[in-house]
Ligand binder design. Structure first.
Ligand code: GLN
Length: 550
């Protein structure tokens, strides 16, 4: 049905002072509270780097690459938007400097600028604006919330701010600006400082933009005095300075914003009629996260945890969130431990630690680092009857482990690590071979949603409660067709296959052999939402929860 002509509204969210204080969660939460008031909401992420997409970046440095249903490789914030808003976003909702320049250059080469001189200003901001409006149009959104990556005052995002400013000149009534800043409480001083926020707002003013709201992130809530001080120095009303202290969980944020009536204030400024909020389901979920008693202990064993002296879980954020939703769904409090596979290689005795977990997950990954540690982990889970879920690489390594230790195929491996291994049980997909030979790495894997046909009566068919499952993918390698028969004869069941029957999408051991030992070539974690936990994770969690107290 064609939509009635109505003014689309846009909210730009920018960052000040420091990065990493929750712009993505602010965008998701503003989106959620507007959605809860009956508006159609979509969200856009703008990343200022030159990479055309997020697929070529190292997860230990940039965090997880989030894959959209249409196969676009994006930033982890897109995952937050999808999870909070319970929507499926598209490639139109994501852009980088690289992508913008690439398309302006393509248009120039195609003579689409009709002989004009193509300039950084205005052509780059105009391209940005046309993409923002296009995404809003396509989603038929009442409100589009746009996150501009980075912080104000740096070179990288200036053209995106310029695009936002130009949109605002064109239409004052339909556009709002939100700046997320940080107020430090230096331990020696013991007092919350507003000066960095004042500077950040001044930097934003220099770009021709005055914020409508300040989201004041800090360890502690903002007192009245500081709100008033910021209001005076930043030229705004104290009520529009929103206190955003640290919270236990990101899912508390929409509820906290509503406590400050942020929804009402936004609607008023956008000339939209305030509707009563309906965060009922969301509040019920948040309640569950606080009241659930009784732990389920899950170990995620991966290879992208350590960066210098820090351990980060950002590389597996979707997996971690998926575990949480399914734990709550089966009435347990998730206790997560991340273990580095490299440690198990250095000291195999450490594998004994795995005994204490109710379930083990090996998530996706690339390359050889830590792989032998992961294979030993999977062996331990299989031999000790610990529920196991393998995701992408986690399924490929499960096949390798089975081939080596059950079928006796010594030296079985993946071509990704050793193309000349005696048994290449995981091989490169034929169409991928040509791409790699051309060094065509960007956006060239098997990406996005594909449907698998599930074997009736299998664990996975039971989990999905369906004959097919559509999941997102991101891989170049597959189970080598030449070994399928031998592996199945040896007891590992390929319980889901691609529509043409060629690619092995799910593998499992029958229930009589192991309580839950299953893997998928896909990344189901990308479709797990708080209000819609993922059935495969939930099936795994049910068994893990029962394993408790064994
Ligand atoms: N490295 C493997 C492949 O490319 C697995 C990829 C993944 O885990 N996402 O096939």
């Amino acid at each position: 049905m064609a939509s009635k002509k109505r003014a689309r509204k846009y909210i730009f969210v920018v960052g000040g002072v420091i990065s990493g204080v929750g712009k993505g969660v602010t965008v998701s939460s503003i989106g959620k509270i507007l959605q809860s008031r009956g508006l159609k909401v979509t969200a856009i992420k703008i990343d200022p780097y030159v990479n055309v997409d997020a697929g070529t970046m190292n997860p230990t440095e940039h965090g997880e690459t989030f894959v959209l249903a249409d196969g676009y490789e994006t930033d982890q914030d897109m995952g937050n938007y999808e999870r909070f808003l319970d929507v499926t976003l598209t490639r139109d909702n994501y852009m980088t400097t690289g992508r913008i320049y690439q398309s302006v250059i393509e248009k120039e080469r195609n003579l689409e600028y009709k002989g004009r001189c193509v300039q950084v200003v205005p052509h780059i901001p105009l391209e940005i604006i046309s993409r923002i409006k296009g995404a809003a149009e396509k989603a038929d959104a009442d409100v589009t919330v746009i996150e501009i990556g980075g912080t104000v005052g740096e070179y990288e995002n200036i053209l995106f701010l310029e695009a936002a400013r130009m949109m605002h000149i064109e239409n004052h009534d339909d556009i709002l600006f939100v700046i997320v800043t940080y107020l430090p409480v230096p331990s020696k001083v013991g007092e919350m400082k507003t000066k960095p926020t004042q500077h950040a707002v001044r930097a934003l003013n220099t770009a021709g933009i005055q914020p409508d709201f300040i989201i004041a992130r800090s360890e502690l809530p903002l007192d009245k005095k500081r709100k008033e001080k910021i209001a005076v120095f930043c030229n705004m009303r104290a009520d529009d300075v929103i206190s955003a202290p640290d919270v236990e969980s990101i899912y508390d944020v929409p509820v906290n914003f509503e406590k400050d009536r942020l929804g009402d204030s936004i609607l008023k400024k956008l000339n939209l009629r305030p509707k009563t909020t309906d965060l009922v389901d969301w509040r019920a979920f948040v309640d569950r996260t606080k009241k659930t008693k009784g732990d389920v202990n899950i170990a995620v064993v991966g290879k992208y945890f350590d960066t210098g002296d820090f351990v980060i879980s950002d590389s597996y954020i979707s997996v971690i969130e998926a575990i949480k939703y399914s734990a709550y769904a089966v009435g347990k409090k998730p206790k997560l431990t991340w273990l580095s596979a490299v440690d198990f290689e250095k000291d195999p005795k450490k594998l004994q630690q795995l005994k204490k977990y109710d379930g083990i997950i090996v998530p996706g990954g690339f390359g050889s680092r830590g792989v032998e540690g992961l294979i030993s982990t999977i062996r331990y889970a299989r031999e000790h009857q610990i529920p196991y879920l393998g995701l992408c690489y986690g399924m490929q390594l499960m096949v390798i482990e089975y081939a080596r230790n059950v079928l006796g195929l010594k030296g079985a491996n993946t071509a990704e690590i050793d193309a000349h291994a005696p048994h290449v049980v995981i091989d490169i997909m034929p169409d991928q071979k040509a791409l790699l030979a051309k060094k065509d790495y960007g956006g060239s894997m098997r990406l996005g949603s594909y449907t698998a046909h599930l074997k009736p009566g299998s664990i996975v068919a039971g989990a999905y409660g369906a004959a097919t499952a559509s999941e997102r993918h991101r891989h170049r390698y597959e189970v080598n067709p030449e070994y399928i028969e031998q592996i199945e004869k040896g007891g590992l069941v390929f319980s889901g296959k691609s529509a043409d029957g060629r690619l092995m999408e799910f593998a499992e051991l029958p229930k009589k052999a192991h309580p839950f030992f299953a893997g998928t070539q896909a990344h189901p974690e990308f479709q797990a939402h708080p209000l819609n936990p993922h059935p495969l994770f939930t099936a795994f969690m049910k068994v893990a929860a029962k394993a408790k107290g064994k």
